[in-house]
Design a protein around this ligand. Structure first.
Ligand SMILES: [Fe+2]
Length: 411
């Protein structure tokens, strides 16, 4: 797995590491200790926990395992900040992460500084396979940067004062391209990540798949189109819904995207705001995306259709994306940005899939049950983190992420 290229020298990796670590601190700069301690519901984590857990990842898999003489910042903290690694032993229960008023946010910042300094000292002498682990740690931290933003949105959404996380520009009122469908390729195509460059284990190996005749929409579904679905009784029409989805709509009394507060307002990272009708709809579940598509006479794309479309539409989309600042919405075209796009594909292994070696083999493979793949990227995805082969995944009822939908249909 170790590769020889200039982007992967200890100096280059060290630079990317420190920039990534700094961005996480910057995201937390505007939060109080109280903001950073709340856990709004069991699947979301406190901001402070994200800051500490990403640090534990480096402390455990790099420093403890590969840096001679490293002294842990506090040996008791592994129990608090191990997320789900069975190979790393018992851990604090996930739904109770919000109970950790100690350590304080400042102590967690000290933990980060301790680990960052030790990583800088260790970097020049680490062998290539450990640089691969650091690259995994960087990408892991980027994933947590997005979760940090979605979880703090969920946290602030609980507060009747409707506090803003950040100033956001006013709704842009972009003119939206009329919806059109474009024919994708048909026949045998290759999907999945090649062996060069970073990818998570679940993106490999690259393999062949078959695409039947199909078309994909030029853009994501907008808030205005979603309002038409609501006004047409979409949430009250059982024949539009999967059985499990209809049960969910009734049990949870769902009647609009997660953060819509009225017919005109939506809670965002910028606080309560007028709904931007031209923007892509966000914070919808797989069930809602699927029901909308049925209402619209369409269906959700498969993962392979989406990936091949993105790759063949513009080969430069493959790896590095020039994304704007983390919380700024960017309505418009393209396959990446604003919202992750639900596909109808279950998150499962590709033919020949092999989990990474060691404890980090638990990273993706053990979650290949009951979840659906999302493609693209969102307004909260760090710059350069996504690519055409990227496989985000969530259970079908999850909607606190920036999730939306692009329509597909048979052709
Ligand atoms: Fe994690």
């Amino acid at each position: 797995m170790a590769r020889e290229d200039s982007a992967r020298t200890p100096a280059a990796i060290g630079e990317k590491l420190l920039a990534t670590r700094k961005l996480t601190l910057d995201l937390a700069a505007r939060l109080s200790d109280a903001d950073a301690t709340i856990q709004p519901f069991p699947d979301a984590s406190p901001a402070k926990w994200h800051l500490a857990h990403t640090t534990w990842f480096f402390e455990t898999f790099i420093l403890r395992d590969h840096a001679a003489g490293y002294t842990p910042f506090d040996e008791r903290w592994a129990f608090l900040f191990n997320s789900y690694y069975e190979a790393e032993g018992p851990r604090h229960a996930r739904p109770r992460r919000g109970m950790l008023s100690r350590p304080s946010l400042d102590e967690v910042r000290d933990y980060r500084a301790h680990v960052d300094e030790a990583l800088e000292r260790a970097l020049p002498s680490l062998p290539p396979q450990v640089l691969d682990l650091i690259e995994l740690g960087i990408n892991h931290e980027q994933q947590h940067q997005e979760l940090f933003l979605t979880d703090i949105l969920a946290t602030l959404a609980e507060n009747p004062l409707q506090p803003a996380y950040a100033e956001l520009p006013p709704p842009a009122c972009f003119a939206v391209e009329p919806l059109s469908f474009h024919r994708g390729r048909e026949g045998i195509v290759e999907i999945g990540a090649r062996d060069d460059g970073f990818a998570f284990d679940a993106e490999r190996p690259r393999h062949r798949g078959f695409l039947a005749g199909h078309e994909l929409a030029n853009r994501r579904v907008t808030n205005r189109e979603w309002r038409e679905f609501i006004e047409d009784g979409g949430y009250r029409t059982p024949t539009l819904w999967l059985s499990e989805g209809w049960d969910w709509v009734q049990r949870e009394a769902v009647s609009a995207p997660l953060n819509w507060r009225s017919d005109e307002a939506e809670f965002t990272l910028g606080g309560n705001r007028e709904i931007d009708w031209a923007a892509p709809v966000a914070h919808i579940s797989y069930f809602e995306a699927d029901a909308f598509a049925r209402w619209a006479g369409a269906r959700l794309p498969t993962e392979a259709e989406w990936e091949d479309f993105a790759a063949s539409a513009d080969p430069h989309l493959g790896n590095q994306l020039d994304q704007a600042d983390a919380v700024a919405p960017r309505p418009g075209g393209g396959m990446f940005g604003d919202v992750w796009e639900w596909t109808q594909s279950a998150f499962s292994s590709y033919p020949g899939f092999a989990p990474a070696e060691g404890a980090v083999g638990e990273y993706n493979g053990k979650f290949m049950c009951g979840q659906f793949v999302l493609k693209g990227a969102s307004c909260a995805t760090p710059r350069g983190h996504s690519r055409a082969t990227y496989r985000n995944f969530f259970p079908p009822a999850a909607r606190w992420q920036f999730t939306g939908v692009r329509l597909a249909r048979d052709a």
